[in-house]
Every structure is written in structure tokens, then in C-alpha cells.
Design a binder for this molecule. Structure first.
Ligand code: PEP
Ligand code: MN
Length: 258
């Protein structure tokens, strides 16, 4: 059902007036994790100032170590919702457990499925059965065919509002956190009718590469870019090394808009 052979025209995913996949690039910006209302509200204002509609922030964090910050859960989602509502933004946030989905639906506009859960088939079926857009990230060791099949799990349950997100894959290369598979973008655009975004933060893991990676993503045909923004990255509770501070975010957007 996600195949372009089944449906030749592009799917446009509508989120509170933002039309992802229609031609104009969309941006998903916000902190790695929701840490406090003040933190997300500062970022929400900056996001609004750039004319961006989609505010991200992790409340349920899938951390590699069980001793790392695990996120504020539903309380975090409420903070993000409030900050977003004050700026008329839409909320993008990850869900890791089908049991949290129903309550979370009250607070978010786009359900993110993270790389670590791309093949959590019960979660995919659960989000396929609800009436909310899904941002599906590529698993860090997933082939493009496996990625497309994960989207198929969602659409086969009835939900066709899916945005695919390339976020880098694991290779032998250590210069970047993951290897951004830029050619996945045109392949996914050819093989599916879904919008495709690129997450420049988790793919590169390097602040100095965010802008060139975002330019490459848009040049190769991505429908949008995701990146992380934090008021004070040095004290961030997750992904401290790669989030942009607010002045850097503004210059990043100005450069991209050129
Ligand atoms: C995220 O976007 O918050 C995240 C955890 O990314 P990924 O699932 O791509 O690692
Ligand atoms: Mn992060």
C-alpha cells in the first residue's frame, strides 16, 4: 500500500495546517528531551519566530543505558503541549509503548516511532489503528526494504498519514555518530508515495555537520529536515554534544532559507 505503483501521486500529510510533502520543505525542531516547561517554551518561541510549525521533544526516551535520563513521560508531554499551544505549534513526540498511546494522543499531533522501535511490530500495529500522523524513523540497522515494510505495517491497519525519516545507519565509520544514507531519500521517494524527511542531528551527531547535511537533504529531494535545538546544549540531559543553541538555530535556518 505504500508503493508508488499502487498510488502514483504524492501523499501529503496534513498537521494543523502544515502540509508535509507538498513541495515546500517542513521542519521539525525542538529539544532532544523535554526537561522543563521553561526549556520547551523558550525553544517553542524560537521555532515560531522562524515560521516553523512542528515542535519536537522527547518525553519517553529510548536510552541506551538504563542509568541515563529516561524522560518525563506524560508530564513532559503536557509541558510540550502547553508550550506548543501558546505559539500555535504542533507537537511531535516519540511513543515507545503501546500502553501509553491512548493517553498520549490527547497531547500530541504526530506520533514519532524511533529508530530502536522501527520493527516493534505491536507498536506499529497500534499506531496504524489510530487517526494521527506518524513519523517513522529508519532503524539504525534496517535496510530500505525493511523500512518500507515497517511503514506497510502502519498503512495496512488503515493509517496512511506516514512520514518516513532517514536518521543515519550504523556502519564502520566512526567520524560521525551514524552514516547518513542520503541516497535513501530519492529511493524512498521513487518506491513509495510517502513524504521523506532527514534527521540531521542523530545521523551526523555533529553540530558542525548539521547545516551541510540539511542542505544535502533538501537538494536531493527531502520533504523536510529534523534537528535538535536546546536553550543551553551544554547542560542538556541527552544529546548534549549535537543540539544547536538558539542563535545557532536562527543562523542555520537563515542559511537554509537562502
Ligand atoms: C529522537 O529523535 O529523539 C531519537 C531518539 O532519534 P532516533 O530514534 O532516530 O535515534
Ligand atoms: Mn536526541
Amino acid at each position: 500500500l505504500v508503493s508508488r505503483k499502487k498510488k502514483p501521486q504524492d501523499t501529503v500529510v496534513e498537521i494543523k495546517g502544515e502540509r508535509v510533502g507538498e513541495g515546500k520543505p517542513s521542519f521539525v525542531m525542538g529539544p532532544c528531551s523535554v526537561e522543563s516547561y521553561e526549556q520547551v517554551s523558550t525553544v517553542a518561541k524560537a521555532v515560531k519566530d522562524q515560521g516553523i510549525k512542528l515542535l519536537r521533544g522527547g518525553a519517553f526516551k529510548p536510552r541506551t543505558s538504563p542509568y541515563d535520563f529516561q524522560g518525563l513521560g506524560i508530564e513532559g508531554l503536557k509541558m510540550l503541549r502547553q508550550a506548543a499551544d501558546e505559539q500555535d505549534l504542533a507537537v511531535v513526540s516519540e511513543i515507545v509503548n503501546p500502553a501509553d498511546l491512548e493517553e498520549a494522543l490527547e497531547y500530541l499531533d504526530v506520533i514519532q516511532i524511533g529508530a530502536r522501535n522501527m520493527q516493534n511490530f505491536e507498536l506499529l500495529k497500534a499506531v496504524g489503528s489510530v487517526n494521527k500522523p506518524v513519523l517513522l524513523k529508519r532503524g539504525m540497522s534496517a535496510t530500505i526494504a525493511e523500512f518500507i515494510n515497517a511503514a506497510e505495517y502502519i498503512i495496512s491497519r488503515g493509517n496512511e498519514n506516514i512520514i518516513l525519516c532517514e536518521r543515519g545507519i550504523r556502519t564502520y565509520e566512526k567520524a560521525t555518530r551514524n552514516t547518513l544514507d542520503i541516497s535513501a531519500v530519492p529511493i524512498l521517494k521513487q518506491e513509495t508515495h510517502l513524504p521523506v524527511m532527514v534527521d540531521v542531528t542523530h545521523s551526523t551527531g555533529r553540530r558542525d555537520l548539521l547545516l551541510p547535511a540539511a542542505k544535502a537533504a533538501l537538494a536531493i529531494g527531502a520533504d523536510g529536515v529534523m534537528a535538535e535545538v536546546h536553550p543551553d546544549p551544554a547542560v542538556a540531559l541527552s544529546d548534549s554534544a549535537q543540539q544547536m543553541d538558539i542563535p545557532t538555530f536562527h543562523s542555520f535556518m537563515e542559511e537554509l532559507n537562502k
